[in-house]
Design a protein around this ligand. Structure first.
Ligand code: DCP
Length: 726
């Protein structure tokens, strides 16, 4: 099967720049007395001198390695200076390194498309700059090359030991080299200059690889460190890959590399040459097979993506050994800390770069005690990101609960405090992704919102939290308006790509923004409740079809089917209408719900609740229990109890018609027809619901735990139930 294959005669000029022992250099710049001394940076945890995370080159000469602990490093190098990584909120604070990396990026990005690949690595596409140099000022016309370029390593060059410098100079200036080599030579001259500039401006040294693609450039940048650069002419590629251990290749360090070693007896990248593309595709799939075939030949079409800023922000912490977290309250405490850091970075990004993140994700690692399934991974959970520290903390905790429910099963969670050692969390991280720029040319968020349709319909209300300047939100602030409202900003990366510095967003403190924020918030809630309704209608329909009376000759079945279809249409229509008419319609509906004497928060909740449930309520209003077929009945509390011995607490008898057991089934086994799985529901929808509702919906939608679910008194059922809709 043909797959687009990148040109093997690639003429791009790509550089990979990697900072040398980066954290150590940052610490040495902070404390110049450390310069020239063997130095390492250790994690804040001081057990056995702390784990080494960066080792300076002077210390490496003594055999100090990153895997060592401080005490061990002291043994092999008694003079070593161990510097602790900065700590904030009880965890490593990497902001000083991150900011130092940004300094470097802003220098490197001056010469071509720049991709920040990690905290201390950058790819540059220098093709245009190299072509221009070759056209206007080719190396062969130069009389000499810079000292830094002179020190370059040119792979495949047959160096005469005595005249290495002459050989390199000849390669750069020689007029007989091929066109692609000349382009690389231009690229290498540019990179040498850039590295010197980085040194001058930041005091950091870096190493570089210059090649015709990212893969080769990355390989080369690590070959001669520190403070050197390596060039990969295309004629040297076969030899380079011939002896390169397969696991050293990017993306082959894991399972795929192991499979190549054990299944195909491939030990070096060059060994892959013996396999046809078809054979590799057969074994590893079309794309991977072709990718392997290409890398064996040094071919890679991967582009340098113009990106100076990180694609996501994250804050995490590990809790090894006895530090593992075993209670929800300890998890909550740490989540609060992690969220505070994340929040600071989000606000900084907003201020500095006018960017907003849209997705919040929680990752955790965990283990279960006394459980044969303990290899099960703790599921990662995401939801739309709402700005404001309290919102982020609240959402993070909800995500954790959602993950925990899935990880150990909902009923165990319910009894969590009575069985504190059932699970243990060994790592927690919270990240913000899907980061987009507020459109360029928009100098303030207010103006951005003003430019959205219908903004003129919003009225002023100056005492809302949303009137806070986003730029001035502190870590304890409540910028809840900023996340939800930003529906669909157009991404414009032109400013970023050019490396231009953004103005600080200057938010006007006028009430319009408040109203826009609120209206969009309400719209968002409405939309997600509508989506819930649609899902529930689907479920009702599915359930209806599983009943005994599900045939088109049964008038009850036909009537109910029509009603569900009617309601579904109505919901769909109202969804579309509200989407098309965000603004006055929403504000008006909201105002309609505002009752005298209610506090704004309560008013909002009331509004959200009533708006979201109306159709479903109507459905249940129109179907009291007597309208169901005779054999459709509610399972009794006693029956439920018989099947729920593991759930003893927080239970109340189930009363009345419940949504979680909408009881269209005709006997006990059929009443299990409610088989909706929580993972079939768009998590984005669930996660946007008020937390108490989310919990109940998730609980209600666990098919295997149905019996237990039905017994809870304060359930989603009651929320939607006509009798408890207050
Ligand atoms: N780092 C870390 N934990 C790790 C690996 C790295 O905290 N397990 C940090 C410290 C490093 C920085 O990331 O300084 C960059 O990592 P590199 O792997 O690029 O290594 P160095 O820059 O330290 O050294 P080198 O010169 O070999 O690239």
């Amino acid at each position: 099967m043909p797959v687009a294959r990148p040109e093997s005669s690639d003429s791009r000029v790509i550089a990979h720049i990697d900072m040398d022992c980066f954290y150590v250099q940052v610490e040495q710049r902070k404390q110049p007395s450390l310069r020239g001394h063997p130095t390492a940076v250790v994690q804040y945890n001081s057990w056995k001198g702390g784990g080494l995370i960066a080792v300076g080159y002077e210390a490496r000469k003594y055999g100090v390695k990153r895997s060592m602990r401080g005490d061990e490093a002291k043994k092999v190098c008694p003079d070593i200076q161990l510097v602790q990584v900065p700590v904030a909120r009880g965890k490593a604070d990497l902001s000083v390194y991150r900011n130092a990396g940004s300094e470097v990026v802003s220098i490197l990005s001056s010469k071509g498309r720049c991709e920040r690949a990690s905290i201390d690595e950058v790819y540059l596409d220098l093709t245009e700059a190299a072509e221009t140099m070759l056209a206007e000022n080719p190396p062969e016309r130069l009389e000499s090359i810079s000292e830094e370029a002179h020190k370059s390593h040119v792979l495949g060059l047959h160096l005469d030991e005595a005249n290495t410098r002459d050989c390199v100079k000849e390669w750069f200036l020689g007029s007989n080299t091929d066109h692609r080599d000349k382009l690389l030579a231009c690229g290498a001259l540019i990179v040498a200059e850039l590295r010197l500039e980085v040194l001058k401006e930041t005091e950091f040294t870096c190493s570089a690889g210059i090649a015709h693609n990212k893969m080769l450039a990355k390989l080369a940048s690590g070959m001669n460190k520190p403070a050197q650069q390596t060039i990969v002419p295309s004629s040297s590629v076969t030899k380079l890959l011939e002896s390169l251990p397969i696991k050293k290749m990017k993306q082959l360090g894991g399972k795929l590399g192991t499979s190549l070693q054990t299944d195909l007896f491939v030990n070096t990248v060059g060994d892959l040459l013996q396999f046809s593309e078809e054979k590799l595709q057969e074994r590893y799939g079309i794309n991977t097979g072709t990718w392997l075939w290409n890398i064996a030949r040094g071919i890679s079409g991967e582009e340098v993506v113009g990106r100076l800023l990180p694609m996501s922000h994250g804050s995490g912490k590990t809790f090894p050994g006895r530090q593992a977290l075993k209670t929800v309250s300890s998890v909550q405490k740490w989540l609060h800390e992690l969220c505070e850091e994340l929040n600071e970075r989000l606000l900084y990004d907003l201020e500095q770069n006018k960017r907003i993140a849209r997705t919040l994700t929680l990752h955790a690692s965990a283990y279960k005690l006394n459980d044969s399934e303990s290899l099960k991974k703790f599921p990662s959970k995401s939801c739309p990101l709402r700005y404001g520290i309290t919102k982020i903390q609240e959402d993070a905790l909800n995500l954790f609960h959602a993950g925990l429910r899935e990880y150990i099963g909902i009923y165990h969670v319910r009894t969590k405090e009575s069985k504190p050692h059932e699970w243990a969390i060994t790592g927690l991280s919270i990240s913000a992704s899907k980061i987009v720029a507020i459109p360029s040319g928009t100098h303030s968020i207010t103006k951005y919102f003003h430019s959205q349709p219908n903004n003129s319909t919003y009225t002023n209300e100056s005492n809302d939290i949303c009137t806070q300047d986003a730029a001035s939100l502190s870590s304890s602030g409540n910028g809840s308006c900023l996340g939800l409202p930003l529906a669909g900003p157009q991404i414009d990366t032109s400013e970023d790509e050019a490396g231009a510095k953004h103005d600080m967003p200057s938010l006007d403190r006028d009430g319009d923004e408040t109203e826009v924020c609120k209206a969009r918030f309400d719209f968002h809630i409405l939309k997600c409740l509508k989506k819930m309704e649609l899902k529930m209608m689907e479920t009702l329909m599915d359930t209806l079809f599983t009943t005994k009376f599900a045939n088109n000759h049964n008038p009850t079945f036909v009537k109910m089917k029509q009603q569900i279809e009617g309601l579904t249409d109505e919901i769909s229509f109202s969804c579309a209408a509200s989407e098309n008419d965000l603004g006055s319609k929403l504000i008006q509906s909201k105002m309609d719900f505002v009752g005298p004497g209610l506090k704004p928060e309560k008013q909002k909740r009331k509004f959200e609740k009533e708006k979201g449930t109306s159709s479903i309520l109507r459905f249940f209003h129109s179907h009291d229990s007597s309208s169901f077929p005779e054999h459709a009945h509610v399972k009794t509390v006693q029956e439920n109890e018989a099947s729920s011995s593991d759930f003893q607490e927080n239970q109340q008898p189930m009363t009345g018609t419940t949504l979680s057991r909408c009881n269209l089934g005709q006997d006990d086994s059929r009443s299990d027809a409610w088989s909706y799985k929580s993972d079939e529901i768009d998590p984005a929808v669930l996660n946007e619901l008020p937390p108490e509702i989310q919990a109940e919906v998730r609980a209600s939608l666990q098919p295997q735990k149905r019996a237990n679910t039905a017994k809870r008194g304060s359930s989603i059922v009651h929320y939607f139930s006509p009798s408890t809709n207050s």
